[in-house]
Design a protein around this ligand. Structure first.
Ligand code: NAD
Length: 380
């Protein structure tokens, strides 16, 4: 069938199989052009099909030559419905890995569940023995524990917060007031996006003797500038990220070294859902591109892996890796703040890289990729 994008607000309900494959290939080619890293050899990536997790998996496989196991939550295509982008990305990744003789297996299931953990551990035991690195890159709206479904919310805390935002349905600037999350909502967000499940994974791997002593584990976080703090760093998601950081310290007291890496704000499926942040991202893109230091997921993750394996981590006072170093440079942030303050419906096109925002958005679903024939009939 001919596959076209169907965008509703901040999601696209279709994905292009050939476009996704080409986009994965671009990421692989980037990593190969940067050269080999002497790093991990058997890597588990939880949340491996999109965004930072996919870029981590590509960096591990094609940067370090690692065998990789991935966990994702995706849908296969069928009939006249396309699969999810993560499904096609994973198929493409496995194909390119196999072509280079790299071991790659993926489990499509709920990473929060005991069944999924067991399935992965069984594969590790039979195929790899033990893993030496675990990347935890889940971004999920909910988590089921027994009979209870916890739902994460993207809200502020304390008092309501009003600022500019972009309505992605029609690219218009407006003001939005974010209501504070209730204690119960904060608790649920911490359950979903905090460190509990990360620790459960590491404990399950240890109990099964499926992780090396001295293995490394990474999870991802975000801080951002003051203007996004009420929404992110001091919002319900920020509480979850604080829990993630506390968990890294807890894990590190054992035989596994855990790091939280603070990554750059980028267009991904999950960041598109956060109010205010997409508008900030579209200004940030404009400023960083002008300064020549803009990066996407793959540039961020390859740079992270190279810092990690070349012992150049340079941790901050709270023990975090700062991959947001370029985003947070004073010269970048002062220009972003200036643009933010003067932003209105009239100068919005001038002050933001909204076209770059949308082109990254479509690319996530395999659309607008160079060299792909979008008029051609494709198997979904
Ligand atoms: P994403 O939406 O692009 O990818 C999320 C991945 O998680 C996908 O592979 C998806 O299949 C998987 N997933 C979701 N629910 C799952 C489940 N129940 N079981 C198994 N897999 C599941 O997200 P992303 O933006 O790459 O975010 C990854 C991490 O990076 C998150 O912790 C996020 O907070 C963090 N981060 C993101 C940004 C950003 O700007 N996007 C910045 C800094 C940090």
């Amino acid at each position: 069938m001919i596959v076209q994008p169907k965008v509703r607000g901040f999601i696209c309900t279709t994905a292009h199989p050939v476009g996704c494959e080409a986009a994965v290939k671009q990421q692989i080619d980037y990593v190969k052009s940067k050269g080999r890293l002497n790093g991990a050899k058997k890597v588990l990536v939880i949340g491996s099909s999109m965004g930072y997790g996919l870029a981590s998996r590509i960096s591990a496989a094609f940067g370090c030559g690692a065998s990789t196991l991935g966990v994702m939550f995706d849908k296969e295509g069928g009939g006249n419905k396309t699969g999810t982008a993560g499904w096609y990305n994973t198929k493409a990744f496995e194909k390119f890995a196999a072509a280079e003789g790299l071991y790659a297996k993926s489990v499509n299931g709920d990473a929060y569940s005991d069944e999924c953990k067991k399935e992965i551990i069984d594969i590790i035991k039979s195929d790899l023995g033990k893993v030496d690195m675990v990347v935890y890159s889940l971004a999920a709206p909910r988590r089921t524990v027994g009979e209870t479904v916890y739902k994460s919310v993207l809200k502020t805390t304390g008092a309501p917060y009003t600022n500019k935002t972009i309505d992605l349905r029609n690219n218009t600037i407006s003001e939005i007031t974010i209501e504070p999350a209730t204690d119960e909502e904060i608790e649920a967000t911490v359950k979903v996006m905090g460190g509990e499940d990360w620790e459960d994974w590491i404990n399950a791997l240890k109990a099964a003797d499926a992780i090396e002593d001295g293995a490394i584990t990474l999870a991802y976080s975000y801080i951002g500038p003051k203007l996004t703090h009420p929404m992110y760093y001091e919002g319900s998601i920020g509480r979850a990220k604080a829990h993630l950081l506390a968990t890294s310290k807890k894990i590190t007291e054992t035989s596994v070294k855990a790091y939280v890496s603070v990554n750059k704000a980028l267009v991904t499926q999950s960041s598109s859902a956060i109010p205010i942040v997409p508008l900030y991202i579209s200004i940030l893109y404009k400023v960083m591109k002008a300064h020549g230091n803009h990066e996407g997921c793959i540039e961020q993750m390859y740079r992270l892996f190279s810092k990690l394996f070349n012992n150049e981590l340079n941790l901050d006072g709270d023990g975090r890796i700062r991959m947001d170093d370029w985003e947070m440079l004073p010269e970048i942030q002062s220009e972003v703040t200036k643009a933010w303050e003067s932003l209105s419906a009239d100068n919005f096109k001038e002050l933001t890289d909204i076209d770059g925002y949308w082109s990254d958005f479509y690319a996530m679903f395999g659309f607008g990729i160079d060299g792909v024939d979008y008029e051609a009939d494709v198997e979904v």
